[in-house]
Design a protein around this ligand. Structure first.
Ligand SMILES: *Cc1c(COP(=O)(O)O)cnc(C)c1O
Length: 461
């Protein structure tokens, strides 16, 4: 760290309320990638975020390339220390920006994709097709043909119907598809209902009872080479127990299928490792490595994981400016209206997700804390980033960073309320660059037409 930066100490920042939300000092202490400098304000890696907001305006996403590399290294090291070989395939859906894919693939990651678009992004970013796996419950013929034509590592098949379809497409193309069957292990990952995927009632995967029989049938199908099984039980999982249960069930299945005389060479253990947004337990790479080693490690399999959130969530922030502070009576918290909204960051509205918020300026960060409702300008009550949050008192024009928004942030943005997609910057040590310009507003209607018979005279197009 250069010596001319002066970190503010916890004593300079507002204090805590028992049982309440983490304070600014606590949020920063838990995130070494962020630092509040007395002069430059909040910094990601070694770049002052205010400078990026000045140059690109707000709202703007910022991703730290150095953080991405460090997290991938940490994950890999946990497996190395456990003595368990693993292939890490980044789940592209968490954040599919080409620069992020490039950073992670240069650092050794492959990709897990869930659509033809993601597959094209991964290829465009230079990821070797041999390091790409394709998951998803509703792959279209075009998507399957694209996967076949590029000879990707494996297609994760989610149903008998998909298997039969893939067989006829592969046979027609004279191709042979390496497939794994995605098994629904019937495990409740104990996470939010909208992101749990491994219960028998969820739409994903093939029932355990059916999987062994379908695997045997697959071997007899034209154009299909079954190589193993996949499992993915959900997202934002903090405790290792559900992983262990699921992997143990897959290990049982592998033994059973081998006893019946069939080869199994791959198990894809999926993603799901959670991060600490507020004060929940952070998913432990070490515990994941041990869970995999202890259940599947002795079976001579090639093992794959598909982490998304854990790699990228803490590497990203969303910068936003306070447009208005609207009072609502003496004894009620004010509404702090930001220029970022649910169309930018959907997670709070969709999952009741909690994200830390830290002012960019050191002076604003040092103001006494008060409760406020943080909202966006979109015409929905659900457009609320935080209710009743104790924060340094915010004023019009102040800028804030919304923390841990690197995963399932920019990728879930929409243009609702005709709000263009935000800009995106990447920092890397002490460098930074714009990696996506703010969408020009005209592009929102660039592909719209008004039919002749409706247009009449005097309309613009
Ligand atoms: C979403 C998804 C992942 C990544 O999940 P994270 O919780 O972001 O790690 C991995 N595999 C599959 C099949 C997925 O659908």
């Amino acid at each position: 760290m250069p010596s001319h930066f002066n970190s503010l100490s916890a004593a300079d920042l507002p204090d805590h309320e028992a049982g309440g939300d983490p304070t600014t000092a606590e949020l920063l202490a838990a995130r070494p990638q962020l630092r509040l400098d007395a002069l430059c304000g909040l910094m990601l890696e070694r770049v002052p975020l205010a400078g990026i907001a000045d140059a690109l305006g707000t709202p703007v996403w910022v991703t730290g390339a150095g953080i991405l590399r460090a997290r991938l290294r940490r994950l890999q090291a946990a497996f190395d220390e456990a003595g368990q070989a693993v292939a890490i395939h980044y789940a592209v859906k968490a954040n599919d920006h080409l620069a992020i894919l490039r950073v992670l693939s240069q650092a050794g990651a492959g990709a897990d994709v869930v659509s033809g678009g993601e597959l094209q992004r991964a290829l465009l970013a230079g990821i070797d097709p041999e390091r790409i796996v394709f998951s998803g419950v509703g792959k279209t013929d075009d998507e399957l043909r694209l996967a076949l034509s590029r000879s990707i590592a494996q297609i994760n098949v989610e149903s008998r119907e998909e298997l039969e379809r893939l067989s006829s497409l592969a046979a027609a193309a004279g191709a042979r598809a390496r497939i794994v069957l995605r098994v629904n292990p019937d495990v409740d990952a104990g996470t939010h209902a909208k992101i749990t995927t491994g219960r028998a009632d969820d739409k994903f995967g093939i029932g355990r009872e059916e999987a062994a029989a379908l695997y045997a049938e697959a071997a007899a199908l034209d154009g299909i080479e079954p190589v193993g099984f996949a499992v993915h039980i959900g997202s934002q999982i903090g405790e290792p127990a559900p992983f262990r249960t699921a992997f143990a069930r897959i290990a049982t299945l592998v033994r059973q299928v081998r006893e019946a005389g069939r080869a199994v060479s791959v198990v894809d253990c999926g993603g799901g490792l959670g991060v600490r947004y507020r004060d929940e337990p952070e998913g432990s790479p070490r515990a994941l490595a041990h869970a995999i080693r202890d259940t599947l490690g002795g079976l001579g399999l090639r093992l794959v994981i598909e982490p998304g959130r854990w790699l990228v969530a803490p590497a990203g922030v969303l910068l936003s400016r306070v447009v208005r502070v609207k009072r609502s009576g003496e004894d009620r918290p004010p509404f702090v209206v930001l220029d970022a909204a649910m169309n930018d960051l959907l997670r709070p509205s969709l999952y009741e997700a909690w994200h830390g918020v830290v002012p960019l300026g050191a002076a604003s960060a040092a103001r006494p804390a008060q409760a406020a409702h943080l909202v966006g300008p979109v015409c929905e009550t659900g457009d609320t980033l935080a209710r009743d949050r104790r924060l340094p008192a915010l004023r019009e024009g102040d800028r804030v960073a919304i923390l841990d928004t690197g995963a399932y942030g920019a990728v879930m943005s929409s243009t609702y309320n005709a709000r263009p997609l935000a800009a995106h910057a990447m920092v890397d040590g002490d460098r930074w660059g714009c990696i996506r310009e703010r969408q020009p507003v005209e592009r929102l209607w660039a592909h719209e037409t008004v039919p002749d018979w409706i247009a009449g005279a005097g309309t613009p197009r």
